[in-house]
Design a protein around this ligand. Structure first.
Ligand code: PGA
Length: 250
């Protein structure tokens, strides 16, 4: 049995004050969350605040990006060691916004994923196709290429300590969600591709859906056989909505 994971991706949103009230709201509602593991991925500068607020709670947290380098002259970058200083558990790698806006390649995403794992962090590896790729019938080819880059570089065994997030880019922040059937089909494809190399790991790895998941559609999405939770952007910024999604993940 895979425990569902609901992870909030706050992106570049929030302030000290708004994060304080968001975290208070989530903490207060956690008793109503029965099955899901809950995590939030915060902007780097708020990790200290998040770590203090979530100490002694069941809520995990992490960052939205990390450097593939150890340390040194990399202005503006943040290392795995730094994330460990704040006891992060998770780090998102290869989010489509990083790939599209900041030129992260499949190879770089694989390197970041390996670096995170080498230093004890669990990467949430994002993959997903653009609208034109879906419309051209290339969804499976694109997610296979993105997934294979990680498997070829790091080995299939690396997925034992990783989470995969399937995020169709056309559904991110657009209000346009993949139907449960569309999402399930890609999730099954991803799991099947991993199973070709290692059935036990394929069975164990959690594959989250991301892209306009909200209280109104979460239950139906997470009810799909191969959807093990969600990576939540917009709806993770409101405690009530985020908690409703966490409750729906059974
Ligand atoms: P969204 O973002 O829920 O706002 O669509 C999801 C994501 O980008 O992880």
């Amino acid at each position: 049995m895979r425990q569902p994971l609901i992870a909030g991706n706050w992106k570049m949103n929030g302030s000290k004050a708004s994060i304080e009230s968001l975290l208070e709201g989530i903490k207060q509602g956690m008793d109503s969350v029965q099955q899901a593991e809950v995590a939030v991925c915060a902007p780097f500068v708020y990790l200290q605040q998040v770590s203090e607020s979530l100490k002694d709670t069941k809520i995990a947290y992490g960052a939205q990006n990390v450097s593939e380098q150890d340390n040194g002259a990399y202005t503006g970058e943040v290392s795995t060691t730094m994330l460990n200083d704040f006891a992060c558990q998770y780090v998102i790698v290869g989010h489509s916004e990083r790939r599209t806006l900041y030129g992260e390649t499949d190879e770089l995403v694989a390197t970041k994923s390996a670096k995170a794992q080498a230093d004890g962090l669990t990467p949430i590896i994002c993959i997903g196709e653009l609208l034109e790729e879906r419309e051209a019938g290339n969804t499976e080819a694109v997610v296979a290429r993105q997934l294979d880059a990680v498997i070829n570089a790091n080995g299939v065994a690396s997925l034992e300590n990783a989470v995969i997030a399937y995020e169709p880019v056309w559904a991110i922040g657009t209000g346009k969600t993949a139907t449960p059937e569309q999402a399930q089909a890609v999730h099954a494809f991803i799991r099947g591709r991993i199973a070709e190399q290692d059935a036990a790991i394929a069975d164990k790895v959690r594959i989250l859906y991301g892209g306009s998941m909200k209280p109104a559609n979460a239950e139906e999405l997470v009810a799909q056989q191969d959807i093990d939770g969600g990576l939540i952007g917009g709806a993770s910024l409101k405690a009530e909505d985020f908690l409703a999604i966490c409750q729906a993940a059974k």
